[in-house]
Design a protein around this ligand. Structure first.
Ligand code: GLC
Length: 587
C-alpha cells in the first residue's frame, strides 16, 4: 500500500476555523491565533482530526482575509509567526493536524508584487505578473470587455497610467497571471514555507480559476457572460476550469511529495460535479470539496443524488470524497433547513432573498431546522470520506440575518454596484458564543444587538487598561439569542447538539474509519416497510459488524429494520424513526 492509500486525511473530520471570528485573546474584537491555541482542548474534545484555518495573513480585509498582502506572515492583529508556531505545536500535541488556506488566484492590491506592478508601468516584467490590458474606446477609457466580477460591477479596474487590470472578485483582489514563471515561484516558496513550519496541508482557494485563456482572440470578442460559466464543462470557458490548470497542481504535487508524509491539499473548485474529480487525482491536489450537500434542499432525493455524485466522483479520482454542509461562504445549514424548501434556479435563492429582508420574509422554523441539523450530521458522519465542519455548526448556530447594513463587512453586500441587493456572507461569520453569562447589554438603539464593550459571550478576553479590564466590540455584532447556543450551556446539557457531535465523531472513529474508503451499500427502504421517497438508508461494514444509517426526511414516523440502535438524532417513536431524524443501527 503506498502512502497515499493510507493517508490520514482520507476519512478525516476537519474543522474549519474562521480565525477572525473564533476566539479573541487580546480583546481587540478580532479573533486571533493565540485565541485558537487557547481552544485546542475544545477542538480535541470535539474529536476532530484536523483544523483548516481560513486566511490569517496580513490583509486589508476587503474580502475577509482572502485579499492577502503577504502569504508568508501573520496579520499583526492576529498574532505573530511565533504565535503560529505555538498553535501548530499545541494542535500537534493534541493529535490535530493543521491545514492553511492558499489564495493563488489573486493577491491583495497592497501585495508587494502588485505595488511593484503599478510602479513599473505598462509592458514591464512586474506588470506581467498580473493581467493588465489596454482599454477600449478612443482613449482606452472603456474596460477591455464587459466581464462582471463575481461580487458585482466590472471585472476590470483602471489604473493611473490608463491600463486596466482584471479582478474576478473585489477590485482589491487583482488576478495573477499564471503564465508568468515568477508567480509559480512565489507560490512554490509559500507552500514550502508553511510545510517547513509543520503545516500538514493546504486548502486551495478558487482552485479552478488560475489558468486563463485571454489571448486567443481580441478580449472584446469574448462572451460577456464568461464569468458566470463556472459550471461549463466544455473546457472552452476562458476563465474557469481550464485544462491547463492541472499542470499547476501537478507541479505542486512534486512539492507536497518532498515531505514525509506528503502534504495534503483540498481544492475549492465550484465546477460541474463531473469535473471535480480531476482536481483530486493523486498526482494533483488529492482531494476536492464536494459541495452537493451545501447546495441540496432538505429532501431524500437531493441528498441521495448528492451522495451518489460524491462517491462516483471520488471513485473516478482514485481518492475519497468530502462532505460539506456549511462554510464561511454559504448561509448556515440550520437556517437553510428551517426555511421553506423551495426548488429554485440557483441554490440558496430563497435564503438569500430572506437575508435581504433581514430574515423577515419567511418563517424560520428553528425547531425544525435544529432537528434537521441533528439528522444531517449523523448521516454525514456515517458516510465514507472526509467531513468538513464549519465553526459553530456544532453549536447549531443559525444565520444572523439582521446584522445592521452599516455593520456588514462582506464585499458582496458593500459593493457599490450591487448595493442593497445582496446581504452577503457575514451572517455565518459572527464571532462564536463561548459563555452564555458574558452577554452584551442590549443597547437602547437596537435591542437585538448589544454593546460589545459589556460582554461578548466569552468571545473576547478582557485586557487591562487605565479604566479597568476592557475589550472592544466584536467585529460583527452578536445577537442576544446566541446565549442559548453558547459552548458552556451545551457542555452542561447531554442532549445538546454539541454533545451529539462529540458522541458521533467518537463513534465514527471507533467504528467506521478503519473500513473501506468508499464502500456504501444502499438498502431499499421498502425492504423494511419504509417510504423510499422520504427515507435514505445505507449500510457500511464497521469494526464490529455492519452499521446501517437511516434518515427520515419526511414528517411522519417510518419503520426501521431489525437491529440495535447505536445512536439516534431524536428519540424513537416506539419502534419507528420520527420525521427529520437519523439513526445508526447495528444490523
Ligand atoms: C473563495 C473563498 C471566498 C472568497 C473567494 C475569493 O471562494 O471561500 O470567501 O471570497 O474565494 O477569494
Amino acid at each position: 500500500m503506498d502512502v497515499f492509500d493510507a493517508a490520514w486525511w482520507k476519512q478525516a473530520v476537519v474543522y474549519q476555523v474562521y480565525p477572525r471570528s473564533f476566539k479573541d485573546a487580546n480583546g481587540d474584537g478580532l479573533g486571533d491565533i493565540p485565541g485558537i491555541t487557547s481552544k485546542i482542548d475544545y477542538l480535541a474534545s470535539l474529536g476532530v482530526d484536523a483544523i483548516w484555518l481560513s486566511p490569517f495573513y496580513p490583509s486589508n480585509l476587503a474580502d475577509g482575509g482572502y485579499d492577502v498582502i503577504d502569504y508568508r506572515n501573520v496579520d499583526p492583529r492576529l498574532g505573530t509567526l511565533g504565535d503560529f508556531d505555538e498553535l501548530v505545536a499545541a494542535a500537534h500535541g493534541a493529535g490535530i493536524k493543521v491545514i492553511v488556506d492558499i489564495v493563488p488566484n489573486h493577491t491583495s492590491n497592497c501585495h508587494a508584487m502588485f505595488k511593484a506592478a503599478l510602479a513599473a508601468g505598462p509592458g514591464s516584467p512586474e506588470r506581467d505578473r498580473y493581467i493588465f490590458r489596454p482599454g477600449q474606446g478612443e482613449h482606452g477609457e472603456l474596460p477591455p470587455n464587459g466581464w462582471q466580477s463575481t461580487f458585482g460591477g466590472p471585472a476590470w479596474e483602471r489604473v493611473e497610467d490608463g491600463e486596466w487590470y482584471l479582478h474576478l472578485f473585489a477590485k482589491e483582489q487583482p488576478d495573477l497571471n499564471w503564465k508568468n514563471p515568477d508567480v509559480h515561484e512565489e507560490f512554490k516558496r509559500t507552500l514550502r514555507f508553511w510545510s517547513d513550519r509543520g503545516v500538514d496541508g493546504f486548502r486551495i482557494d478558487v482552485a479552478h480559476a488560475l489558468a486563463k485563456d485571454l489571448d486567443s482572440r481580441p478580449l472584446a470578442d469574448y462572451d460577456d457572460d464568461a464569468v458566470k460559466g463556472q459550471l461549463d464543462v466544455s473546457g472552452t470557458n476562458p476563465l474557469w476550469d481550464r485544462p491547463e490548470v492541472h499542470d499547476i497542481y501537478r507541479e505542486w504535487r512534486e512539492i507536497f511529495n518532498e515531505y514525509e508524509p506528503p502534504r495534503f491539499a483540498v481544492a475549492e473548485a465550484w465546477v460541474h460535479p463531473n469535473h471535480q474529480y480531476l482536481y483530486a487525482s493523486p498526482d494533483e491536489l488529492g482531494q476536492v470539496f464536494n459541495f452537493e450537500f451545501a447546495k441540496a434542499l432538505w429532501s431524500a432525493a437531493d441528498f441521495k443524488h448528492a451522495i451518489h455524485e460524491g462517491l462516483e466522483s471520488a471513485r473516478r479520482s482514485g481518492s475519497t470524497t468530502t462532505w460539506v454542509m456549511s462554510n464561511h461562504d454559504v448561509p448556515r445549514h440550520a437556517t437553510r433547513y428551517a426555511l421553506p424548501q423551495v426548488p429554485a434556479v440557483t441554490h440558496h435563492q430563497l435564503v438569500n432573498d430572506w437575508l435581504l429582508r433581514d430574515g423577515r420574509s419567511y418563517f424560520e422554523d428553528r425547531g425544525l431546522g435544529a432537528r434537521r441539523a441533528r439528522a444531517a450530521i449523523l448521516m454525514e458522519l456515517a458516510l465514507p470520506g472526509s467531513v468538513y465542519i464549519y465553526q459553530g455548526e456544532e453549536l447549531g448556530l443559525f444565520e444572523v440575518a439582521d446584522i445592521p447594513w452599516d455593520r456588514l463587512e462582506d464585499p458582496q453586500a458593500n459593493n457599490s454596484h450591487d448595493a442593497g441587493k445582496i446581504k452577503g456572507r457575514d451572517g455565518c461569520r459572527v464571532p462564536l458564543p463561548w459563555a452564555s453569562e458574558d452577554r452584551p447589554a442590549p443597547a437602547p438603539w437596537d435591542a437585538r444587538f448589544g454593546d460589545g464593550a459589556t460582554g461578548t459571550f466569552g468571545f473576547s478576553e478582557s485586557v487591562p487598561s487605565a479604566a479597568g479590564p476592557r475589550h472592544a466590540s466584536p467585529h460583527l455584532p452578536q445577537p442576544l439569542w446566541f446565549a442559548d447556543f453558547s459552548v458552556d450551556r451545551q457542555e452542561a446539557d447531554p442532549g445538546s447538539l454539541l454533545a451529539l457531535y462529540r458522541r458521533a465523531i467518537a463513534l465514527r472513529r471507533e467504528l467506521l474509519t478503519s473500513t473501506g474508503d468508499l464502500e456504501v451499500t444502499w438498502v431499499a427502504p421498502e425492504a423494511f416497510g419504509a417510504d423510499p421517497s422520504q427515507v435514505i438508508s445505507f449500510s457500511r461494514p464497521c469494526a464490529n459488524g455492519v452499521l446501517a444509517c437511516i434518515t427520515n426526511f419526511g414528517e411522519r414516523p417510518e419503520p426501521l429494520p431489525a437491529g440495535k440502535v447505536v445512536l439516534s438524532s431524536a428519540e424513537l417513536e416506539g419502534d419507528e424513526l420520527p420525521g427529520d431524524a437519523t439513526v445508526w443501527m447495528s444490523v
